[in-house]
Design a protein around this ligand. Structure first.
Ligand SMILES: C[S@@+](CC[C@H](N)C(=O)[O-])C[C@H]1O[C@@H](n2cnc3c(N)ncnc32)[C@H](O)[C@@H]1O
Length: 283
């Protein structure tokens, strides 16, 4: 397991995933009843963009930095930038972009007193960093454990409302299959939960085969949203990423369509790549 998210924090895929995640959380929080957020591949939560690792790749410059001072952002993109600004301000950084909030820290900022968060991470150093990055400890449980093992015991949560984020590093050759197995198993025990699955787009044939397998799971109501900033099918490169949303909130596809075109315009490299948001499996 070599993957370290510090090299990639704030890149185009993070911007896409975290904007969507914030919108999902807002939608879930429309009801006062508490929610449970289960983030299975948590990372370290707080990413210092000034570190040697982040500066080596500077991926955030092709991601969040392109939105930071952009005018006329659509509401969801503005909300995403505001959450990241707030995260920077809490670390004494009033205006510039020095820190990046990963999914656990973003979710912590949005947590209401009645909500709960459950995190798992396999790297022990990352688990220790996570403990340091988070403060609402009474509402948060952190497991140094395999994501898919944690999922088995975590669903259904007592709240019966909430979302599961499956955001692996895709280092394992069979990661797509592991994701499918985990989703099928969790869904069989919790059919009303919202599940978000992140995947990389390097090869269109691989993605097509993954989608076909998802369609065959017998699960209904799945949105597929994709954002590529380079042309598809340059297999040596990470061209884009996709998100599957199982059991999205009401009208969530319309929500995605209000900001995804603008996000592509901002992040696309020389106008290449593409975006789309559609039902992979309708209601
Ligand atoms: C893409 S990063 C997560 C980013 C994070 N979700 C965010 O959005 O800020 C993937 C993380 O999963 C961790 N990881 C990889 N395999 C895992 C497993 N089987 N169980 C738990 N964590 C795992 C890696 O150490 C890495 O920190």
């Amino acid at each position: 397991m070599n993957y370290r998210h510090i090299y990639h924090a704030g890149n185009f895929a993070d911007v896409f995933k975290h904007t969507l995640l914030i919108q999902l959380i807002y939608a879930l929080q429309r009801k006062p009843k508490g929610c449970c957020y289960i983030d299975l591949h948590a990372g370290i939560g707080a990413y210092n963009l000034q570190t040697q690792e982040a500066q080596l790749t500077k991926e955030y410059q092709q991601g969040i930095a392109k939105l930071w001072n952009a005018p006329n952002l659509s509401e969801p993109l503005r909300e995403y930038v505001q959450q990241q600004l707030l995260f920077n301000q809490q670390r004494g950084n009033t205006n510039g972009l020095s820190w990046y909030a990963g999914s656990p820290c973003l979710m912590e900022q949005l947590l209401r007193p009645q909500d709960r968060m459950l995190l798992s991470e396999l790297h022990i150093e990352d688990v220790l960093s996570l403990h340091g990055a988070l403060s609402a400890h009474q509402q948060i449980q952190i497991y140094h454990e395999d994501a898919y093992k944690v999922l088995k015991s975590a669903v259904p949560p007592v709240e019966k409302r909430g979302l599961v984020l499956i955001d692996p590093a895709f280092e394992a050759r069979d990661e797509f299959q592991q994701v499918l197995t985990a989703l099928q198993d969790a869904y069989s025990r919790w059919q009303t939960g919202t599940y978000v699955i992140w995947y990389p787009i390097k090869s269109t044939s691989l993605v097509k085969s993954f989608h076909q397998k998802v369609e065959r799971l017998g699960i209904r109501k799945i949105i597929c949203a994709e954002l590529c900033v380079y042309p598809d099918d340059v297999q040596t490169r990470f061209n884009g990423s996709g998100l599957l949303i199982v059991n999205p909130p009401f009208q969530f596809l319309d929500n995605i369509r209000t900001w995804l075109p603008q996000l592509w315009e901002l992040l696309s490299v020389e106008g290449t790549g593409r975006y789309n948001a559609k039902w992979l499996v309708p209601e």
